[in-house]
Design a protein around this ligand. Structure first.
Ligand SMILES: [Zn+2]
Length: 343
C-alpha cells in the first residue's frame, strides 16, 4: 500500500496515531535482511494509522525499522521545507535561544574531543546551528545535507554540500578529523552504507560521534507507542544501544565512549512522552506548539488544549529532569551519543 503524502505542515504527520501491535497475534514476518545482523525475521511492534507501514523489530538483535521502507520520493514528502524552519530558525524566540545555547555547549563538547583547526563534517547539518558554533571553537566546519531548503540561512563560514546521499558527495579518503551524525542515522534509508562511507572519509585516529534515541532505554519501554523519540514516520530505524555498537563494529569502528546525558533531548523526551500517553492530548502536541509558525499563521489546537499542554509542561518539567538524572546515573539515557574511532 503506498504511503500517503501528508499535508505540507511539518507537524501534520503527528496526526497519524501510533499504536502498539499485540505481538502474539501478529506473529513473525519474513523481511529483507536486518542492516545490523542480517536476520530476516521480525515482529510487528507499532502501527501507524493511515500510512500503510508499521514498525517491525528484528527477532535477533532488537533493531526496529519501518516496514516497508518508504521510497526516496515518499521520504521527501515527510520533510516539507517548513520542517527545517524559516531562514535558519525553527522555534519561537525563547526556545530558539535555548536551542542555540545548547548547540554552543554541544559544539564545545565536540571541539574538546577534536584537534584545534581540525576538519569536521556534520552529516545532516540541517540549519547549521552546530556548524556556526564549531567555527567559533576554531574548527574547520563542513556540512552535508540532502535538502536545499534545510541549509537556507545556515552560517556562511561553513562549507556545505547538498546531495541525495553522502556516498555521492565526493569527499576524498581519510579527509576528516571528525564526523558527526547527530540524530541523523535513524532518518537514513541505508545507515550501513552511510557508516561505511564515513569510515572511508575519516582519517585513521579520527573520531565519529553518533547520537541516536536508544530503543532499548527505560524511556522507550515506558512510553511504548507514545515515545516522543519514535518520531514516526520520519525515523526509519530504531536502534537499541547494543545494536548500534554492533553496527559500528560491523562497519569498521571501535566504540571508545558512550554518553547518556542530553539536556536538549532527554528531559523533553520524558515530558512529551508523558503527555503522549494521555489519550486526551494530541500526539507531540507540546512540540507542535513550540514550533515556529509562519507570520500570521494561527497557533495549533484550541485555546483549552494549548493551556493544558503548557500547564503539563510546567508541572512535568521537574519530574522529567529528575527522570533524566536517574537514567543518566544508570547509563540508560533515552538518547545516547557514542564516540567511535576507525579500527
Ligand atoms: Zn537484526
Amino acid at each position: 500500500m503506498p504511503i500517503r503524502a501528508p499535508a505540507p505542515r511539518p507537524y501534520a504527520l503527528y496526526e497519524h496515531a501510533v499504536s502498539a501491535v499485540e505481538s502474539r497475534a501478529a506473529g513473525i514476518l519474513q523481511v529483507p535482511p536486518c542492516i545490523v545482523c542480517d536476520a530476516t525475521s521480525a515482529r510487528p511492534r507499532f502501527s501507524i494509522e493511515g500510512l500503510g507501514a508499521c514498525v517491525v523489530v528484528c527477532t535477533e538483535c532488537g533493531t526496529g525499522r519501518m516496514h516497508p521502507l518508504p521510497s526516496e520520493a515518499e521520504l521527501r514528502e515527510f520533510y516539507p521545507p517548513e520542517y527545517y524552519g524559516n531562514l535558519g530558525t525553527k522555534f519561537s524566540a525563547p526556545i530558539e535561544f535555548l536551542v542555540r545555547w545548547v548547540g554552543d555547549r554541544h559544539a564545545a563538547f565536540l571541539a574538546n574531543r577534536l584537534p584545534f583547526g581540525g576538519r569536521v563534517l556534520d552529516v545532516g547539518c540541517g540549519r547549521g546551528v552546530l556548524l556556526g558554533s564549531l567555527v567559533d571553537c576554531g574548527i574547520e566546519a563542513y556540512g552535508f545535507e540532502v535538502s536545499e531548503a534545510a541549509v537556507r540561512g545556515a552560517d556562511s563560514r561553513a562549507k556545505i554540500c547538498v546531495a541525495a546521499r553522502l556516498e555521492d558527495a565526493g569527499y576524498p579518503d581519510a579527509y576528516f578529523d571528525g564526523v558527526i551524525l547527530w540524530h541523523v542515522l535513524e532518518h537514513i534509508r541505508d545507515p550501513r552504507s552511510t557508516l561505511e562511507t564515513i569510515r572511508r572519509i575519516l582519517r585513521p585516529g579520527g573520531r565519529l560521534v553518533v547520537a541516536v534515541p536508544d530503543f532499548g532505554s527505560p524511556q522507550a519501554r515506558w512510553a511504548g507507542p507514545a515515545w516522543f523519540h519514535l518520531d514516526l514516520p520520519r525515523h526509519l530505524y530504531h536502534f537499541p544501544l547494543t545494536a548500534l555498537r554492533r553496527l559500528l563494529e560491523r562497519t569498521g569502528f571501535e566504540v571508545s565512549s558512550e554518553h547518556h546525558f542530553s539536556l536538549r533531548q532527554n528531559p523533553f523526551g520524558w515530558l512529551q512522552s508523558w503527555q503522549n500517553r494521555r489519550a486526551d492530548l494530541p500526539r507531540n502536541g507540546l512540540y507542535t506548539l513550540l514550533y515556529r509558525r509562519s507570520p500570521g499563521e494561527a497557533p495549533p489546537f484550541d485555546a483549552r488544549t494549548r493551556r493544558r499542554l503548557m500547564l503539563g509542561c510546567v508541572l512535568g518539567a521537574g519530574p522529567a529532569f529528575a527522570a533524566t538524572l536517574v537514567e543518566t546515573l544508570a547509563c540508560k539515557g533515552g538518547t545516547v551519543h557514542v564516540v567511535a574511532t576507525p579500527r
